[in-house]
Design a protein around this ligand. Structure first.
Ligand SMILES: C[S@@+](CC[C@H](N)C(=O)[O-])C[C@H]1O[C@@H](n2cnc3c(N)ncnc32)[C@H](O)[C@@H]1O
Length: 259
């Protein structure tokens, strides 16, 4: 079974939904009642979102860089550990390759801190949502949101196939196997997991780390749950711990990159 179907939000969105289904090579369902996949990509005339179809139905998952949630992340201290891990300073804004873009939240925080960020995402559905979110952000009334969106480039495909040049940092936030069992799992990540039919072994994350360490960057930063083991068993140069997450920082002084 396909993990995702496209559904029009209303009759006026039927043509748009058809176009998106064709573009992404996904089946089209006429309504929630006719959908059989675990997750739907819902297309409205101006909005798109993910909807898990289990019952009771959880809330929709949107990517909205001007949302109150993102505003909170920008204003609160949440961002500091991520910025420190990547090496942001007043006069130094590293160029970051986010190899696991997902819903783009970490990447947006980094762009908001002044970094140029490439968001690389393997899932065509998430790539589509990210691209839509960036276009919407570019039209925002908030200058800071527009500025951050301008620093973001979005690309589709397997990051591990890329040969990078011109980046200082690779940022990795792979799905981890125990996330789905944790009470702290956010509903939106659970929906993303259902969409991706989750990498249950964690091997993809370790393979991505091997690839990252072969690239000419001065730093690799890995986001992990606060108490989880190091990705691939690789001890970091240092770690920056928050309440629920930890950023493992591998500094590579002999590799290229400014850091
Ligand atoms: C946990 S999510 C990242 C969440 C993200 N940090 C955020 O702030 O929204 C992991 C994402 O990495 C993507 N991914 C995993 N392996 C990848 C690869 N080799 N290339 C590109 N994307 C990959 C998955 O499709 C998934 O969307």
């Amino acid at each position: 079974m396909m993990a995702c179907e496209v559904i029009p939000a209303s009759r006026s969105a039927e043509q748009a939904a058809k176009r998106v289904a064709n573009e992404l090579g996904l089946p089209l369902a006429s309504s929630y009642a006719h959908a059989v996949a675990p997750v739907a990509l819902v297309v409205d005339t101006h909005e798109v979102w993910l909807q898990a179809l289990e019952k009771p139905r959880p809330g929709r998952v949107t990517i909205d860089f001007s949302s109150p949630d993102m505003l909170y992340r920008r204003k609160s201290g949440h961002n500091e550990p991520l910025g420190r891990a990547v090496g942001v300073k007043k006069d130094l804004k590293p160029r970051v390759f986010d190899a696991t873009a997902g819903l783009g939240r970490d990447a947006f925080v980094l762009a908001d801190l002044g970094c140029n960020v490439e968001l690389s995402e393997a899932s065509p559905v998430l790539f589509f949502l990210l691209t839509h979110a960036k276009q919407t952000a570019l039209l925002s009334a908030q200058t800071k949101v527009v500025d951050a969106a301008q620093r973001m480039t979005i690309s589709r495909g397997d990051s591990a196939q890329r040969s990078l040049a011109g980046f200082d940092v690779i940022y990795l936030d792979p799905m981890f196997p125990d996330r789905s069992k944790s009470a702290a799992v956010k509903k939106d990540l659970a929906t993303v997991q259902a969409l991706l039919e989750n990498d249950a072994t964690g091997e993809q994350g370790a393979a991505l780390l091997d690839w990252a360490l072969s690239q000419p960057v001065g730093r690799v930063v890995i986001k992990r749950p606060a108490k989880s083991p190091y990705l691939g068993g690789m001890k970091p140069s240092h770690a920056i711990s928050g309440k629920t997450v930890r950023f493992d920082v591998l500094v590579r002084p002999n590799a290229k990159g400014e850091l």
